[in-house]
Design a protein around this ligand. Structure first.
Ligand SMILES: Cc1cc2nc3c(=O)[nH]c(=O)nc-3n(C[C@H](O)[C@H](O)[C@H](O)COP(=O)(O)O)c2cc1C
Length: 368
C-alpha cells in the first residue's frame, strides 16, 4: 500500500493548536496498547514507542484512566492518578519533546465497559444498562455485567478526578490532555439517549445529557488552560454496543455550551460523508481534528482534500501510525506502508510495539 502526499500538501503544513504550533496536520490517534504495568504505570517501552512516532504533528496517547475505578475495560491499560504514574508519563513527555514532538494524554473513564475482574470494582454508568459485548479478563473472555447507575452525588467526584489527572499530565510535562468522550465509554454513555435514562440533571434533555462532558471539559480547562484541552467525540459510533437513536442533539448542546471556552481542538471520529458531520462542523468554529476510521488506501486523499478546503484543521491517524513510526516520511516519499499486525495490537511485550521498521530498516532487511 502506498500513498504520496504532494510536497505542498495541506496536511504537511504547520497548524496552530491551542497554545502551540504543531509541525504538521497528521496527528497520531489514541491507541490502547495494553502494555502498562499491573499498577497502571505505563510500560518501560512506552517512551520509546511514542518518541519513535514524534514526527506526528501531535501524539494523542492511549486512553488513560483518571482513577482506579475509571480503569478496567481492558487488561494492562495505564492510569494517571498516582505519583508513580506521573513520573513515568514525565519520562515519556521528555523523550517525545527531545525528538521534537508534541503530546497530549487522553483521559478516560470506562463507565459500563469496565469489568470487575480487571478493575476490582463494579462498573458504573449513567443507567443500569449493560453493553452486550465481551472483554478479555485474567480468566478469559467474559460478558460485561450490568453496571450500577451512578447516584447524582457521585458525579462531581468524577469531574474532580479528571481535573486532578489533567493537572498531573501537565505537571509531568505533557502539552495537554484530550478528554475521551467517544467510543462507548462513560462520557459517550451520558451523551447517548439509549444508555442514559436518568431523570436527574444529567439525563433527559440534550443539554442534560451533555452536562457531564461539558462539566469535565470546563473543570479541566479551568485547571490547565483551555488551550491545552482537546475533546474527542464519536457521534453515532457503534463501538461498545452503543446504539444512539438521536445522534446529534446532545452533541449540538455540548458544542454550543463549549464554544465560548476556545479549547485547543475538537476531535471527531466520524465518516465525513454522513449528515451529522456537516451539522456538527457548522457549529464548531475552532480547530477540528477528524478521524475517519476508514481503510488506509482511501483515506489520505480524502483527508488531504478536507484539509485543503479548510474543513478540517488536522487528521488523526491510528493504525497507520501504529505500524509506521516514520509514517510522515513514507507519505512524503510515496513509499510502501508497513501493514499493522492485529495479533499484536494488545499483546504484551515489544513485538508489534517498538519493532515496526522504518524505511531505512526496511531497506537493510531487504538487502540482508
Ligand atoms: C489497537 C487500537 C486501540 C485503540 N485505542 C483507542 C483509545 O485508547 N482511545 C480512543 O479514543 N480510540 C482508540 N482506538 C480508535 C482509534 O483512535 C481510531 O479511531 C481507529 O483506529 C480508526 O482510525 P484508523 O483507521 O486511522 O486506525 C483504538 C483503535 C485501535 C485499532
Amino acid at each position: 500500500m502506498t500513498y504520496a502526499l504532494p510536497a505542498d500538501a495541506a496536511l504537511l503544513q504547520p497548524v496552530r493548536i491551542g497554545y502551540a504550533d504543531m509541525r504538521n496536520r497528521l496527528f497520531m490517534a489514541p491507541l490502547t496498547r495494553s502494555r502498562a504495568q499491573a499498577d497502571g504505570t505505563p510500560s518501560d517501552l512506552a517512551a520509546q514507542y511514542y518518541s519513535q512516532r514524534a514526527a506526528a504533528g501531535l501524539i494523542i496517547s492511549e486512553a488513560t484512566a483518571v482513577s482506579a475505578a475509571a480503569n478496567g475495560a481492558y487488561l494492562n491499560t495505564p492510569g494517571i492518578y498516582t505519583e508513580r504514574h506521573e513520573s513515568k508519563w514525565a519520562e515519556i513527555a521528555d523523550e517525545v519533546h527531545e525528538a521534537g514532538g508534541h503530546m497530549f494524554v487522553q483521559l478516560w473513564h470506562v463507565g459500563r465497559m469496565g469489568h470487575p475482574d480487571i478493575s476490582g470494582v463494579d462498573p458504573v454508568a449513567p443507567s443500569a444498562i449493560a453493553a452486550d459485548v465481551t472483554t478479555h479478563t485474567p480468566t478469559g473472555k467474559q460478558p460485561l455485567p450490568v453496571p450500577r447507575a451512578l447516584r447524582t452525588d457521585e458525579i462531581a467526584p468524577i469531574v474532580e478526578d479528571f481535573r486532578v489527572a489533567a493537572r498531573r499530565a501537565v505537571d509531568a510535562g505533557m502539552d495537554g490532555v484530550e478528554i475521551h468522550g467517544a467510543n462507548g465509554y462513560l462520557l459517550h454513555e451520558f451523551l447517548s439517549d439509549v444508555t442514559n435514562r436518568r431523570t436527574d440533571r444529567y439525563g433527559g434533555s440534550a443539554e442534560n445529557r451533555a452536562r457531564l462532558a461539558a462539566e469535565i471539559v470546563e473543570a479541566v480547562a479551568a485547571e490547565i488552560g483551555a488551550d491545552r484541552v482537546g475533546l474527542r467525540i464519536s457521534p453515532g459510533n457503534g463501538a461498545g454496543d452503543m446504539r444512539e437513536v438521536d445522534e446529534v442533539a446532545a452533541y449540538e448542546a455540548l458544542l454550543t455550551r463549549l464554544a465560548p471556552l476556545d479549547i485547543a481542538y475538537l476531535h471527531v471520529l466520524i465518516d465525513p460523508d454522513v449528515p451529522a458531520f456537516g451539522a456538527l462542523r457548522g457549529l464548531w468554529s475552532g480547530p477540528l481534528v477528524l478521524n475517519t476510521g476508514r481503510e488506509v488506501d482511501t483515506r489520505f486523499c480524502q483527508l488531504e482534500e478536507l484539509a485543503e478546503w479548510g474543513v478540517i484543521s488536522a487528521a488523526a491517524v491510528g493504525r497507520a501510525f501504529l505500524a509506521n513510526p516514520d509514517l510522515i516520511d513514507r507519505l512524503v516519499l510515496g513509499a510502501e506502508l508497513n501493514e499493522p499486525d492485529v495479533a499484536t495490537f494488545y499483546a504484551p511485550g515489544p513485538g508489534g510495539y517498538v519493532d515496526y521498521p522504518t524505511l531505512a530498516e526496511n531497506a537493510r532487511i531487504e538487502t540482508a
